[in-house]
Design a protein. Sequence first.
Length: 287
Amino acid sequence: METPASHILTLACPDRVGLVAHLAKLMERHACFISNSRTFSDVETGHFFARLVFAATAGDALPQGVMEEMAQAGDELSADWAIHSSATKMRTLLMVSKSDHCANTLLYAARRGELPIDVVGFVSNHDALKERFSHWNLPWFTVPVSADTKPAAEARLYEIIKETDAELTVLARYMQILSNDACRKLSGQCINIHHSFLPSFKGARPYHQAHARGVKVIGATAHYVTADLDEGPIISQAVEAVDHTFSPADLVSTGRHLEGAAVLRAVKAHSEHRTFIHDGRTVVFAR
């Protein structure tokens, strides 16, 4: 995590000559020290992406002049930009069903200070995990879902997101498919995790299907949710080699670890403002 006094500038805009210098000079004019800088020019799409971590040398507060100049520059550059305090944790809502490993991975990483999120509650389509998560003393929202009740259930989900001021929603092995409308409303603010056998092993018991086919590599993918099921912009992937000695139970166990690792990396990248979505894919900066 960045130092408490620092700020994070993210910017995406059409590429042009002098953008890096423009940002550096802006920071210099307001006596801001840049401690970390990542930029990427996508030659295929002609788009530029930047993430700057900076601090004002005169104190902890963000200089007003930086905001004013960035607002002007944003208009001139046709840019999407934002400035966040690195001390502010991202309010995150976890959605679960019957598996707890991904949610626990995120919760323990947050408790250890390795993940800049503030978990604001759980949403589940039933109460199978309610007691197991009770020691976290976080709000639990049971929202049953069926084909007939899906519109009402998703309306309740939007209410919960508003009530908790959640900035990010994570489908931490939530085994319900969101509607196209929900995916649009949560665009860029909802992360899902699934096994990477898709689309080859769709449906129930994917690890058993993989075992029957003798796979040699298994993995997990964390991605932004879109209306295209499990095909949203990928943020993080984790893989591991397996062989003929692995039973279906071994594959399931290994898969759990990979799912936890992939979703942790994805949520960390998103909550540290290191991800950009453009043209159906992601730019993910290293720290």
